[in-house]
Design a protein around this ligand. Structure first.
Ligand code: SF4
Length: 633
């Protein structure tokens, strides 16, 4: 009996996950399951270029980035063998929905929990013509059965799939690299999450007790993983840094990196509390160049909103105290917000932005739309009813270039905000990202906040009313209107013929009209600062971005009457939430920009950056790399 597993990776088309699900299932069936099952394992589908092949059983693992592709593969598999039995699993399958088989029309059964034991038992029964209607499975022939979960695995007994399937995985790794793509590996040290954030479906295992993989097996997996030459290891635990051994694991990864040069980077999702250990993990990885930033997921700062999304799980005071520690570690901190939370309003959204800026998140603040994942609490009818949620479906990607768009359903209205409010909130995010985060007004806003107690909210509300800004925002507003009304539209707007994010459009348009913006800003600042300091603040701001002269060259030196370089360095290194009320020191200063760079990286040839198209194409990056857009240090 030929068995084919499909787990294609899609969204980040340059990064491909090794087929962990396939390896888990094979390892469990052959080492843990106590009955003989006669199957021939075909090479799994893990690259987008892989095609369906003849098989008797087809298993698909579905998530946001591959479920559409899996449906297409399923159709093709059925063409090759109409009798092929198809089982779909993974978080993207809405197994509680009575109409699930309308969407998954060629699928014969669904697996709605971790697959190792359930599918092993299913395959045994399938090959022996026994009853297939077991716990953990819904058959198309019995779609209305009472859902019953099978007993969860004791992960302590499991073997390392990275060791057991090593030779095959090595072949797959080489295949991925031969396509000049990055190899990504999912390292799992535990399963489950005690929380139930409403937007999350963490492996359909939220609100559950954490089960640990045996420590020796994790260390063994790290050994074998490093031999696979992965570019990235993603630790897929829900709350990494909850256990003491988590620090030992990352130390082992660092050791392997020193020995083999792999991996290049590590991603993990830090525990919501217990930040001390999380920070220690970050520090170990940062010191060896395996991470470049820490993402701090606030999602919002308003109590009612956080309650609505079941995210009031962090003890606020303790969290802030521990965040100070993260800051002191010296790693760039990136704040993270979600747009579309029930309970949000325009005012609350502006305040959330202001809060994060006051805390000191000036390098980057990322925003995600609220995607309704099929098995998340937010997708359940009672949640939708309670918060009067309306959604729309759009093609989505985090950046335009080299990405596949995937269909996603996102919240655009709730009891507390209308679709018009939603548009305004989108605009506010793009505006602050395009102006503050990308440094057009970062330093001015910081001086106003620290020195004159003008909140970031007040400043950006005022700034948004500038005449020049209004002309820049007009096309974005029009685009947002289209985006809301046209189901085929995407949230990218063209700047000089090329699709960019809204915030990049705003940033580039500001560069185009920089003189008018700073002229208006100068008038505004006179209310607060003396004329000389105003001129200095504008000069400093102008030169802290890649400000091109008419001939396309970048400014290479400038003069100040105040020591603003020292002043802003002080502000940027203040611990979170600390306000600095001292005036900038008057001191004649000449700044020579000799060390042009993008954050900590220097791979850009600045001589070739001589127009806005170059800035758009080579300097601006995906949002998660925005902290690298600093022009000079
Ligand atoms: S977002 Fe994180 S903490 Fe919240 S339920 Fe999901 S995995 Fe758990």
């Amino acid at each position: 009996m030929k068995l084919l597993v499909s787990v294609p990776t899609g969204v980040y088309s340059n990064s491909v996950y090794l087929p962990y699900i396939w390896a888990l299932l094979k390892t469990h069936l052959e080492l843990n399951y106590n009955k003989n099952v006669d199957v021939t394992w075909l090479d799994p589908i893990f690259l987008k270029t892989h095609e369906a092949s003849y098989c008797d059983i087809f298993l698909t693992s579905n998530y946001t980035w591959n479920w559409q592709e899996n449906l297409e593969l399923t159709r093709n598999v059925k063409k090759l063998n109409p009798n092929c039995y198809v089982i779909a699993g993974g978080p993207q399958v809405p197994f509680k929905d009575k109409k699930v088989f309308d969407l998954y029309e060629n699928v014969d059964a669904l697996c709605f929990q971790e697959g190792e034991q359930v599918l092993s038992e299913f395959l045994y029964r399938f090959t022996n013509n026994l009853d297939l209607d077991i716990d953990g499975i819904i058959l198309k022939t019995n779609p209305n059965k009472t859902i019953k979960f099978a007993k969860k695995l004791n992960l302590n007994d499991c073997h390392s799939p990275w060791k057991y399937c090593f030779n095959d995985l090595m072949r797959f790794s080489k295949e991925i690299h031969s396509h000049t793509k990055r190899v990504v590996v999912a390292l799992e040290t535990n399963r489950g999450c005690p929380y139930k954030c409403s937007y999350c479906d963490w492996g359909m295992d939220i609100t559950s007790k954490i089960r640990l993989v045996n420590e020796d097996i994790v260390f063994e997996s790290i050994e074998y993983i490093s031999k696979l030459q992965p570019d990235t290891i993603t630790i897929v635990d829900a709350n990494y840094g909850s256990f003491k051994h988590d620090l030992d694991y990352v130390k082992r990864i660092v050791k392997k990196k020193q020995e083999t040069t792999f991996p290049e980077s590590v991603i993990f999702f830090g525990a919501k509390n217990n930040k001390k250990l999380v920070n220690d993990c970050y520090k170990v990885l940062f010191d060896d160049g395996l991470i470049g930033m820490i993402q701090v997921s606030f999602n919002h700062t308003d109590t009612e909103v956080l309650k609505n999304i079941d995210r009031d799980i962090m003890r606020r005071d303790k969290f802030m105290e521990e965040m100070q520690e993260s800051f002191m570690v010296g790693i760039p901190l990136v704040g993270f917000l979600i747009l579309g939370n029930p309970g949000d309003t325009i005012e609350k959204w502006k305040t959330a932005w202001s809060d994060l800026l006051e805390m000191g998140f000036h390098e980057d603040i990322k925003v995600s739309d609220f995607f309704v994942l099929p098995n998340a609490p937010a997708a359940q009818p009672e949640y939708i009813e309670k918060f009067k949620i309306k959604t729309h479906i759009r093609n989505h990607a985090d950046t335009f270039k080299n990405r596949d768009f995937v269909k996603g359903e996102l919240i655009v209205e709730s009891y507390s905000f209308s679709k018009e409010d939603f548009k305004e909130m989108q605009l506010i995010s793009a505006f602050i990202q395009g102006t503050h985060i990308l440094s057009i007004t970062k330093f001015v806003a910081m001086a106003l906040y620290h020195n004159k107690e003008v909140s970031y909210k007040t400043f950006y509300e005022d700034f948004m009313q500038f005449e020049t800004i209004d002309s820049i925002l007009c096309p974005v507003k029009e685009h947002l209107d289209d985006y809301m009304s046209d189901p085929d539209s995407i949230k990218f707007i063209k700047f000089q013929g090329v699709h960019v994010l809204y915030e990049d459009f705003i940033y580039l348009s500001c560069l185009k009209k920089l003189d008018s913006i700073y002229e208006e800003l100068e008038k505004y600042l006179h209310i607060y600062f003396n004329p000389l300091l105003v001129t200095n603040l504008i000069t400093f701001s102008k030169n802290s971005i890649l400000n091109l002269n008419a001939d396309g060259s970048a400014e290479s030196n400038f003069h100040l009457d105040y020591d603003l370089r020292k002043y802003f360095k002080t502000l940027l290194t203040l611990p979170p939430t600390v306000q600095y009320d001292k005036d900038p020191v008057k001191k004649s200063t000449h700044i020579l920009i000799s060390d042009q760079r993008l954050g900590q990286k220097k791979e850009i040839n600045f001589d070739k950056i001589n127009n806005l198209d170059n800035i758009r194409d080579h300097v601006l990056r995906a949002p998660n790399f925005r902290h690298q857009t600093t022009y000079w240090l």
